[in-house]
Write a protein that binds this ligand. Structure first.
Ligand code: GLC
Length: 419
């Protein structure tokens, strides 16, 4: 072999060795709905092609409550199996110690992000995760049916109750026997906390726990809101709504069997998508309000790097990639997920291909966060107590008044001297 060829072969070996030392396999855990997994896979393929690393998706059940239970098991066992977690917007204060502080790693990009989205992931100065998308619910409605029956879009929950009933009954009378008035997330999980917080807030019943940590939920307005919601079960909503999560509600609405639906932004791309039977008939409005205003719960997800990952540097690189402008723009256009980068709301291509995103900016700006910071490490228990009281009432198990009185006692005990 000539000297030249020898050195060439040597160089090839060296670079191969360098590649194999650097190429890592990572696991990202991802509680997906709708097209989330499909889009994530597409983006991971691009990351793999650019870096030589491999990333597997570990799929999770749809319910954020189920995800949280599983995540807590991994985290408390300090498992290195998962490198990157997709976290619900509400979790940072409860699990901050299990994640790498992202502050330094994102110094170069943090100015691009919506400040409140970063704040929601910052616990005692530590940036626990990078915001991936935001959520602000919409009232999805069948514009064709409202027009046909001469109804306008309801602006209060009482109006929604009446309109849903009238349109549903008129449709049924015409032979559309599967029609319902309103579908939402009524199962006993975090989704019901979000829905019920909106009903209660609109009625003037305030928050489950105030920003100052006070327990004020046991009041007549809150009871009236929950009683109204209980009246929907089996009348304008199917009894099965008590087991509905996001995708159940979407299934009923998208197949043409509901006049109204409360859901997150991801549902928009699907219900208006090419294969949706109602694609030309659906429009969106802000949720109904009441004397307390219109409340839209802040939702969303963030990506955190596990403190127990064996590949924290690559995991950070992956998180930065998944939240970069191009990938957030792709998510906004293809899955109608609101971005956490400000510039996406002013992007001409996003406005053209997914006008819902800039349209929803004012709703996103006006969202109400859950009391995740004021109840600190007890948020999950607080929320579970709240959704249980609401679910019990809606199942005919006690009145709103008695269930709220019991809830107040439980929350006060849970709080003790301070949250
Ligand atoms: C969505 C929201 C999340 C919320 C959940 C409730 O996933 O993004 O914040 O907790 O719905 O079901």
């Amino acid at each position: 072999m000539t000297q030249y060829l020898k050195s060439l072969a040597g160089a090839a070996l060296v670079s191969l060795a360098a590649f194999s030392v650097q190429a890592e396999t990572l696991n990202i855990v991802h509680g997906a709905v709708g097209m989330d997994d499909e889009i994530l896979r597409r983006q991971l393929d691009a990351f793999e092609a650019a870096t030589g690393h491999t990333v597997n998706i570990v799929s999770m059940p749809e319910s954020t409550t189920d995800q949280f239970s599983q995540y807590k098991l991994w985290l408390s066992a300090q498992s290195s199996d998962i490198d990157v977690y997709r976290l619900d917007v509400i979790w940072a204060p409860q699990i901050s110690e299990h994640f790498v502080d992202m502050n330094e790693a994102v110094e170069d990009i943090r100015d691009q992000f919506v400040p409140s989205a970063l704040d929601a992931q910052t616990v005692d100065g530590k940036l626990v995760a990078m915001p991936m998308f935001m959520g602000a619910p919409a009232l999805y409605y069948r514009a064709d049916l409202l027009e046909k029956h001469g109804k306008s879009v309801p602006t209060t929950w009482e109006e929604l109750t009446a309109t849903a009933a009238e349109v549903m009954e008129a449709e049924r009378a015409e032979g559309n026997g599967d029609m319902w008035g309103f579908v939402f997330q009524g199962a006993a999980y975090e989704g019901l906390t979000c829905n019920a917080m909106e009903w209660v807030g609109a009625m003037g019943g305030g928050m489950i726990v105030g920003e100052d940590g006070s327990v004020g939920i046991n009041n007549p307005q809150a009871a009236a809101a929950i009683d109204l919601a209980a009246s929907w079960v089996g009348s304008i909503a199917p009894s099965g709504v008590l087991n509905y999560k996001e995708e159940d509600a979407r299934g009923t609405f998208q197949s043409g069997n509901a006049v109204f639906m409360r859901n997150w932004n991801y549902a928009y791309a699907l219900v208006t998508g090419d294969d949706s039977p109602v694609k030309d008939a659906v429009e969106v409005a802000p949720l109904p309000g009441g004397p307390g205003g219109a409340v839209a719960t802040l939702g969303g997800a963030a990506l955190g790097v596990s403190a127990y990952s064996e590949h924290p540097e690559v995991a950070i690189e992956l998180v930065k990639f998944l939240v970069n402008f191009e990938n957030q723009k792709m998510r906004a256009i293809d899955t109608s997920r609101p971005a956490t980068i400000t510039a996406i709301y002013d992007d001409a291509e996003v406005a053209e291909k997914m006008p819902f995103i800039p349209l929803w900016k004012p709703v996103l700006d006006g969202t109400t966060p859950r009391p995740a910071f004021s109840t600190k490490r007890k948020y999950n228990e607080v929320s579970a107590e709240f959704w249980t009281a609401v679910h019990n009432t809606m199942s005919g198990n006690g009145t709103a008044e008695s269930n709220l009185a019991a809830l107040e006692a439980r929350l006060t005990r849970l709080k003790g001297d301070a949250w």
